[in-house]
Design a binder for this molecule. Structure first.
Ligand code: GDP
Length: 613
């Protein structure tokens, strides 16, 4: 049978079999799985109108598209799935409580305090901690371990609440972006003298996107000019309607400074949890949960605060946290007391880990030290690989059309930041009015005035959103973060241009632009003739590096003699290699092209997608 070919390259052809690939895989990874030549996959992509190099990490959609073209099914395995599978090989399940209903016991809610800067988040966390230190408790020094637990009485019943002790939504979203759910309820702090501010809305949107119920703490009611009623009115516009106005959000007027109505706030948290959440966990199984904070302590080594989500963690247990592991040497609670065990929703500081895990890493207790070590090592190896394949593209405007066609998303999530609220609103309402057919919805997850922040990027990561910056840029490390995480951030200074591009993308018209990037140059020193391969150039690499399978052109006396050549063979001494660096010698074969002379220069390049202005 004659295999189909594109431009002379044999097309690999499957029988509809399924190929499993990690998120962020390259064409080379794909080729390996189906025993094909990576160059042939590059050719297929080119035929589909996409320039992709063999080793570059590509989007899920590109892999799907490619697979479809070659009659394979591709199954993209997310990092979370990969981890689940890794744990399965050890017969461990993460994230589910073991046993049936009868094993589930009520657990305290876990709360994060969010809101605009200076509205009193830190002060509130302090006030809660102080008013609720259990009376008569042997006085360890209260220490900051990243979370604490307090007691309160609701309807005559003693109840507990766990607070994540990092105010603001950065930690919250960072964890969520990594797939970890740490928070059950959000307290949104709004200063009554200041009202709803940009970060109030940002926080609110983060909580909503995560599906976390909100309790509003209207703070600073002791200050002159405080207007708690106005705050209620303002928040109505954002879908938070106070109970007293017929809504289902509890608002509590407080003063963090004077310690006013803190108990009512705690009660509201408990009541909201009871009304809208079913917070139960199995306390009997091996402990599981997430890391909240960690650092390297000079005296004690790696210390990490973990939040137990199910099961009971005990001193002596063997645990894995992210890619750290170890036997729990000691545990301290939020008051600095040594504890022997910690049940669901309890935060504890753990000593005895090999290294420092990351915030949001999951932890689990396993039976054997060996298992813990193996899981940790496998995770560390995977992390290294993932870093190699760094630029994982999430949803971007260019591939939106294929994403939509593949049915991978039905809505385009946007985050809009601009220099003035009027402009942001104008942009938003124009975008929402775009007529883009029935299949897709445009959803604005968050809008605000100011630079594109790390928190915006984190929200985009967690929700596969595209970020639009109108007359603003990314602040601080946000640009790097977007780049690293493959979040598409678009800058505009003309509203119409933004609207046109989004519309074009939704209609599948926006094609990526490419630019040529020079990779390396090689000077021809010698010519070898091979009966099998034709002419081989003996070269010295003058700049950059020369890689196999990249595009090349041949220059003679500064003039281009031939274009569109391919480095089809690359050798150092007797060995086939994939690349040769500046200053080294080697042999280059340009396929069927043989017109090579001494002193010619072979310049290699690749086509890279050009960021749009
Ligand atoms: P954060 O940025 O939200 O963490 O705000 P802080 O907790 O640091 O509070 C900002 C400022 O507001 C500090 O000077 C606090 O002392 C003050 N503050 C916080 N809560 C209250 C309050 O209820 N009443 C008054 N008068 N001041 C408060």
């Amino acid at each position: 049978m004659q295999a189909p070919s594109v431009g002379g390259v044999m097309l690999p052809r499957g029988n509809g079999e399924t190929v499993r690939l990690s998120r962020g895989a390259s064409l080379t990874d794909f080729a390996e799985k189906i025993n094909a030549n990576p160059a042939s996959l590059v050719a297929v992509m080119m035929n589909l109108g996409e320039m992709v190099t063999a080793t570059q990490s590509v989007s899920d959609e590109t892999l799907q598209l490619l697979a479809g073209e070659m009659n394979y099914e591709v199954q993209i395995v997310s990092p979370e799935e990969e981890d689940r599978e890794l744990l399965e090989t050890f017969d461990i399940e993460f994230g589910e409580d073991e046993g049936g209903e009868e094993y589930l016991m009520p657990r305290p809610p876990v709360v994060t305090v969010m809101g605009h800067v200076d509205h009193g988040k830190t002060r509130l966390l302090d006030a809660i901690r102080k008013t609720n230190v259990v009376a008569g408790e042997a006085g360890g020094i209260t220490q900051h371990i990243g979370a604490y637990q307090v007691g309160t009485t609701v309807n005559g019943e003693d109840r507990k609440i766990t607070f994540i002790d990092t105010p603001g939504h950065e930690a919250f979203t960072a964890m969520r972006a990594r797939g970890a759910k740490s928070t059950d309820i959000a307290i949104l702090v709004v200063a009554a003298n200041d009202g709803v501010m940009p970060q109030t809305i940002e926080a609110l949107n983060h909580a909503k996107a995560a599906g976390v119920p909100i309790v509003v703490a209207v703070n600073k009611i002791d200050v002159e000019g405080a207007d708690p009623v106005k705050v209620r009115g303002q928040l109505t516009e954002f879908g938070l309607v106070a109970e007293e106005y017929g809504g289902d959000t509890m608002f509590v007027d407080i003063s963090a400074k004077q310690g006013l109505h803190i108990d009512s706030l705690l009660e509201a948290v408990v009541l909201t949890a009871d009304a809208s959440l079913d917070l139960r966990a199995n306390p009997e199984q091996d402990a599981q949960g997430i890391a909240i904070e960690s650092h390297l302590d000079r005296g004690r080594g790696a210390v990490a605060t973990v939040l137990v989500q199910r099961g009971t963690l005990r001193v002596g247990d063997t645990m894995v946290v992210g890619d750290a592991y170890g036997r729990v040497r000691a545990m301290l609670d939020d008051k600095g007391n040594n504890v022997e065990e910690a049940g669901p929703s309890t935060p504890v500081l753990v000593l005895g880990l090999t290294n420092v895990p990351g915030a949001g890493d999951n932890f689990l207790v396993v039976d054997e030290d060996r298992t813990a070590r193996q899981i940790a090592e496998k995770r560390a190896a995977r992390e290294r690989n993932a870093n190699f394949a760094k630029r994982v593209r999430r949803v971007s405007l260019e591939d939106l059309d294929s994403v939509l066609k593949a049915g991978l998303v039905q809505e385009l999530n946007l985050i809009i930041k601009g220099d003035a609220s009027g402009a942001v609103e104008a942009l938003e309402s124009s975008l929402l009015q775009l007529d883009v057919g029935e299949e897709v919805d445009i959803r604005v997850l968050h809008r605000g005035v100011g630079a594109v922040t790390e928190s915006d990027i984190a929200l985009a990561m967690g929700s596969d959103a595209i970020v639009i910056g109108y007359n603003v840029r990314a602040a601080g490390r946000a640009a790097q973060m977007a780049d690293r995480e493959g979040v598409d951030v678009r800058y505009y200074s003309v509203i119409y241009q933004a609207i046109e591009e989004i519309e074009a993308a939704l209609k599948g018209l926006l094609k990526p632009e490419y630019e040529e990037v020079e990779l390396g140059t090689a000077e021809v020193r010698e010519i070898f003739r091979s009966s099998k391969l034709g002419n081989i150039a003996g070269v010295l690499i003058r700049s950059g590096e020369v890689k196999r399978n990249t595009k090349a052109r041949l220059l003679r006396d500064g003039k281009v003699i031939a274009e569109n050549l391919t480095i089809s063979g690359l050798r150092r001494f007797k060995d086939d290699v994939t690349e040769i660096r500046e200053g080294f010698e080697g042999g280059i074969n340009l396929g069927s092209f043989n017109d090579i002379k001494i002193d010619d220069v072979i310049a290699t390049y690749e086509m890279r997608e050009k960021p749009r202005a």
